[in-house]
Design a protein around this ligand. Structure first.
Ligand code: SF4
Ligand code: SF4
Length: 290
């Protein structure tokens, strides 16, 4: 099974619009791994088949009846998560130290639901996405759950490909999204910060030895900067597999809850070409591994 992650150094590059568009052309399961702020479902409009609770970090709880108010737990907690013999849930890191120091076994750790994985179906096929509760940590772990469910769905339905909408930026959720994939497609745009942002994603992908290619969106808003990106990619031997001109159709399509390729023929032609390039790269990658 092939897995391709669509990533970007920062938000707003058109990454999610492209993933929704690729969904039109690919016989694949789509996985939205941007669990802190998923928005692909707004375009794909899924019918939910399964809602699976995600249990994140553990949380300490003090049993009032047992507590003898010795204060040892409060002193031992280096996160300042215990006050007046009560656990402040938002501060608790689930380290378990309080449980160890409590002389009367009044503290227990319990799992808590900090998000959900949704398994669903859209007009393009299977779609899995995650949603982390606001302010919660462990989004990398939730991303792994989303990918696991997407793999299960792909196996069940005999699909040979998973397209991953990776969160923007770097960090745990991005690492969890692009690790162990066959190809990373970085969507960038010609702005001052673009090369810097792109470099950060590139080093993450390189760390995992995943082949990386680039798509320049809105390439015509700053031709000089686009050339700099092309030059940068040439120096690093990174293929640019497509350039998309600036178009208001992206936003218009989103407002209508459609992918841009369902909305505009000219953009559809360009994006289809990019998707075909991705398919070729994946095919080549497979042969390369033989
Ligand atoms: S589990 Fe750790 S962080 Fe949470 S209250 Fe106990 S000592 Fe503090
Ligand atoms: S260590 Fe145990 S007994 Fe002491 S205050 Fe904390 S919960 Fe209560």
């Amino acid at each position: 099974m092939k897995q391709v992650a669509i990533a970007s150094g920062k938000g707003g590059t058109g990454k999610t619009s492209l993933v929704a568009s690729f969904a039109n052309f690919a016989d694949a399961i789509i996985a939205d791994c941007d669990v802190d702020a998923p928005n692909l479902h707004l375009i794909l409009k899924p019918e939910i088949l399964e809602k699976i609770p995600f249990e994140g970090m553990e949380l300490a709880k003090i049993e009032e009846d047992k507590c003898i108010k010795c204060g040892k737990c409060e002193k031992a907690c280096r996160f300042g998560a215990i006050e007046d013999f009560k656990v402040i849930e938002e501060k608790c890191e689930g380290c378990g130290v309080c449980q160890l120091v409590c002389p009367v076994d009044a503290i227990h750790l319990h799992k808590r639901v900090t998000g959900y994985v949704f398994v669903s179906r859209t007009r393009f096929g299977g779609f899995v996405y995650g949603l982390l509760s606001p302010g919660e940590e462990a989004s990398g772990k939730l991303v792994s759950q989303v990918r696991k469910k997407a793999e299960e769905m792909a196996n069940k339905e005999g699909k040979e490909m998973i397209i991953i909408d990776s969160p923007a930026g770097i960090g745990c959720p991005v690492i969890a999204s692009i690790g162990n994939t066959n190809l990373v497609v970085i969507v960038t745009e010609p702005t001052m910060a673009a090369i810097h942002d792109m470099e950060r994603v590139l080093s993450t992908a390189e760390h995992f030895r995943v082949k990386t290619v680039v798509v320049i969106n809105k390439h015509d808003i700053n031709e000089e900067m686009s050339k700099k990106i092309e030059e940068f990619c040439r120096r690093r031997s990174i293929d640019i597999i497509g350039k998309i001109p600036f178009s208001k159709k992206f936003v218009e399509a989103m407002i209508e809850g459609k992918s841009v390729v369902e909305y505009d023929n000219e953009i559809a032609r360009i994006v289809k070409n990019i998707w075909e390039n991705i398919e070729k790269m994946l095919e080549y990658e497979g042969k390369d591994n033989l």
